[in-house]
Design a protein around this ligand. Structure first.
Ligand code: ATP
Length: 401
């Protein structure tokens, strides 16, 4: 449909970047990026699909289509060196796609496939992306690539480990000189944080984090960071637990990556830990999660490993006060099995325990709304947690008594 629409406006449209790579590898891809030779904004404005929301950034000549099922298609105008010449008149020439692709990070991410009907399915591969895909190599498009954008160092490592590829020799050499030249160290906190966040959100972040250690990236980013056995073990456990838990516990609010960051820093001196928080310009909430995770571990082990917090309701009451991300981190960081078991039981089961009876039921039963109902519900929940009440009838009987 998009290709036809482009053609009717006299434009050409392509899918580009990660999606082409993933299709060729037979992998699932989340984003769909489309580039048009022509103005993407005009193109998007002409689209009239029911159930599809369009957002536009006129200034950047980009926009997105958001479908009702949540799928998102980003559409950009093929552009040459947009950032270098911000005042230049927009121009659309036959080589604009080539220039657009040339700005990209690795050859395997710099391919396009036409979706315009008259050339539908044609692969456009100016830089040997298909060859590198077959060779399983990651190769930059030119020697200044990492200098132009040092975040590509981290992108490269992430992709290398995700796809099980390897960085091509010259690319690896350029990567090392980028590190030696101190370019990565100069990245803004925000950009660095975004890349690390993406890396730690990978399905299996450990290989990329390990590779970053091997290549000396951590020494440059966070001088003094100590990654020993405990950090490694914690990171590994985090991945395993997350895979197990996330089906039941969808409520980490995108902060899971902070558990990995805490794991990375677990063996480092407090001054290094704080330096990391500052370097990444974390938001106050994120800092709180990190500080509580790292500082609170010993106390949590004491509290949850002993005989004072034994009942489910007590464990619930204790862990409910803290971020589930911190709880997740503690469960992976502790070597005490009882502590781990209690936290995991909270994360997989206890946290979502509710009584059958709701506040509305209580009002119907004649209680007045307000704090009293909250108190009754919380007592009910505690009894459900401790399995003293299991059925609706038992709850009603308990209330009546
Ligand atoms: P992922 O599966 O991680 O989303 P992706 O390749 O789709 O992988 P995006 O971050 O969505 O990654 O970027 C889309 C495309 O934009 C990439 O395939 C690449 O062509 C280009 N790109 C993204 N970031 C950069 C960058 N820093 N430098 C050059 N090109 C980039």
């Amino acid at each position: 449909y998009l290709g036809k629409e482009a053609q009717s406006l006299g434009m050409k449209a392509y899918i580009v970047g990660g999606i082409v790579r993933d299709i060729m590898l037979g992998r699932e891809s989340l984003d769909l990026d489309v580039v048009v030779e022509g103005n993407a904004v005009d193109f998007l404005k002409s689209i009239n699909q029911e159930g599809c929301h369009i957002s536009l950034h006129e200034r950047y000549k980009t926009g997105s289509l958001i479908f009702s099922d949540g799928m998102k298609v980003d559409v950009a105008t093929a552009r040459r060196e947009f950032y270098e010449y911000p005042l230049a008149q927009p121009r659309v020439s036959s080589d604009s796609l080539k220039h657009d692709l040339y700005r990209r990070d690795f050859t395997i991410n710099a391919m396009a496939v036409s979706i315009t009907p008259d050339s539908w399915g044609t692969l456009i591969d100016y830089f040997g992306g298909r060859r590198d895909l077959n060779k399983k190599t990651l190769k930059v498009l030119h020697n200044l690539s990492f200098v132009e954008d040092p975040t590509r160092v981290i992108r490269g490592i992430r992709l290398e480990q995700r796809l099980n590829f390897h960085l091509e020799d010259n690319t690896l050499r350029l990567l090392h000189s980028c590190l030696k030249g101190g370019l990565l160290a100069r990245l803004s906190g925000y950009r660095l944080r975004s890349e690390l966040e993406l890396t730690m959100q990978e399905k299996a972040p450990f290989p990329a984090l390990k590779r970053m250690a091997e290549l000396g990236v951590w020494d440059i980013l966070f001088p003094g960071l100590r990654i020993g056995k405990t950090a490694v073990r914690t990171i590994r456990r985090l991945s395993a637990f997350l895979a197990r838990i996330s089906r039941d516990f969808p409520d980490f609010r995108g902060y899971e990556w902070l558990a990995f960051l805490a794991a990375l820093a677990i063996e480092s001196h407090e001054t290094v830990q704080f330096a990391i928080l500052d370097r990444l310009s974390l938001a106050p909430r994120e800092r709180d999660i990190m500080v509580q995770s790292l500082d609170g571990l010993r106390a949590a082990e004491q509290d949850l490993g002993g005989r004072t917090l034994v009942k489910n309701s007590e464990i619930y009451g204790y862990l409910r006060e803290i971020s589930p991300v911190t709880a997740l981190f503690w469960s992976a960081a502790t070597e005490r099995w009882r502590v781990r078991r209690r936290i995991l039981s909270y994360l997989t089961r206890l946290y979502r325990t509710k009584s059958h009876l709701t506040g509305r039921d209580l009002i119907e039963m004649g209680y007045r709304g307000g704090p009293q109902i909250g108190e009754i519900l919380s007592q009910l929940r505690d009894r459900c947690l401790n399995e003293e009440l299991t059925t609706l009838e038992e709850e009603v009987a308990w209330i009546k008594n």
